[in-house]
Each structure stands twice: as structure tokens, then as C-alpha cells.
Design a protein around this ligand. Structure first.
Ligand code: ITT
Length: 198
């Protein structure tokens, strides 16, 4: 089974990517490569930050294929925030609960009408030995609630209802999220490229 290093410290992302790729790939994240340090995410786009993670991750794992994901939530009524700052929305040391609380506060300030339109965005970058091999993008449109519903998923999932559904990603089964999410769509675009490298 070919090996794919997923350059993330977010175990939830790894679980989703491993489930989406299935048996075809042995996916391991930075827990299996504790000496690899990624460069700081200084970009102002998902793509720029995904390139930083993939390139720095691949320099630390010579010869291996390295995939990186930069993703986040955009809310139209907030001008696209939290966007690339999704992981740090409530501050540099914020956790997911802090970020959800900040989002709920910002949405409450806006008042009606609810729910608010938005989307999850994901950019995936494949690299090897410091060189970018392929870049893909995926998104999923939906609506934001002002109260959390459900305990599945991670990050902002309990506040987001994908279009075509009536439940949040916090309620929908992982199998459903993994068929239509921003991450699933970016990975679908990446699959041919991955297959050509095995
Ligand atoms: P790595 O940089 O180590 O990959 P991270 O969690 O910091 O992990 P990002 O910088 O890409 O990753 O930030 C993405 C944030 O956007 C993430 O922390 C969540 O808050 C949110 N997010 C991304 N995808 C999500 C999803 O599928 N469901 C819920 N929230 C998501």
C-alpha cells in the first residue's frame, strides 16, 4: 500500500482523509513524523497556506509524497470571515469551542435574518522533496446557525448545515460529510494525480 504523509496536526482532518481515500493509501500524519516542523502559515489565502504546509512538510520527509490541507469557513454576512483565520478566529491560542463561541457572538450581533449563508473551503496541495506537484480546491455551500446542534465532526461542524440537508455536520453521519464536504471535493480532484504517482 503506498504511503502518504498528511502534513497536519489536526487528527480530525486525518480521520476524514483516510476514510475518503480508503484502502488505497496508507495515510499517516505528523504524529508519525514528530520531528517534522511545518513553516508558519503566513499566507492570506487557503492556497498559500496549503503550499507552505506541503512544501515544508515534504522537505522534512525526503522522498515521500506529502499532502496538506488548508481549510476554513466563510460567512457572507461577515465579509468572508473567519476565512483563513478559522483556526485562530478567537485568538492565537483559541480552541474550537472558543472559535465557535466567537462566531456565535459575531452572528448574534448581526441579528436577523438567520440562518446566514456561507461555505467551507479547502485547498489541497501535493508535494515531494520541496516541490509542488498538484493543487486542488473544494467547497461546500450551506447555512450557519447561531446555536450548535450535534456533537459529530469538529471545528464549526455543529453550526453548519450543508445545502440540500436539514441537519448540521454535527448531526449528519461522517459517511455523509465525507461524500460532499469541501475536503472530499478537493480530494476527489486530487485522486487521479495520486493514482498516477503509485
Ligand atoms: P493543520 O494546519 O495542522 O492542518 P488546523 O486545524 O490548524 O490544522 P487549518 O489551519 O486549515 O487547520 O484551519 C482550519 C480550521 O477551519 C479548523 O481548525 C476548523 O476550525 C475549520 N475547519 C476546516 N475544515 C472543517 C470542517 O470540515 N469542519 C469544521 N471545521 C472545519
Amino acid at each position: 500500500m503506498p504511503q502518504l504523509v498528511f502534513a497536519t496536526s489536526n487528527a480530525h482532518k486525518t480521520e476524514e482523509v483516510a476514510a475518503i481515500l480508503g484502502e488505497a493509501w496508507q495515510v499517516e500524519d505528523l504524529r508519525a513524523h514528530p520531528g517534522v516542523l511545518l513553516d508558519e502559515e503566513t499566507g492570506d489565502t487557503f492556497e498559500a497556506n496549503a503550499i507552505i504546509k506541503a512544501v515544508s512538510g515534504s522537505r522534512g520527509t525526503p522522498g515521500l509524497l506529502v499532502l496538506a490541507d488548508d481549510s476554513g469557513l466563510e460567512v457572507d454576512a461577515l465579509g468572508g470571515a473567519p476565512g483563513v483565520r478559522s483556526a485562530r478566529y478567537a485568538g492565537e491560542t483559541a480552541d474550537a469551542a472558543d472559535n465557535r463561541a466567537k462566531l456565535k457572538t459575531e452572528l448574534a450581533k448581526l441579528g436577523q435574518p438567520t440562518p446566514f449563508s456561507g461555505r467551507f473551503q479547502c485547498c489541497m496541495v501535493l508535494a515531494r522533496d520541496g516541490k509542488v506537484l498538484h493543487i486542488t480546491h473544494g467547497s461546500v455551500e450551506g447555512r450557519l446557525l447561531t446555536e450548535e446542534v450535534g456533537a459529530c465532526g469538529f471545528g464549526y461542524d455543529a453550526l453548519f448545515i450543508p445545502d440540500g440537508f436539514t441537519e448540521t455536520f454535527g448531526v449528519l453521519p461522517a459517511e455523509t460529510k465525507n461524500q460532499l464536504s469541501h475536503r472530499a471535493r478537493a480530494l476527489a480532484e486530487m485522486k487521479d494525480q495520486l493514482a498516477s504517482l503509485t
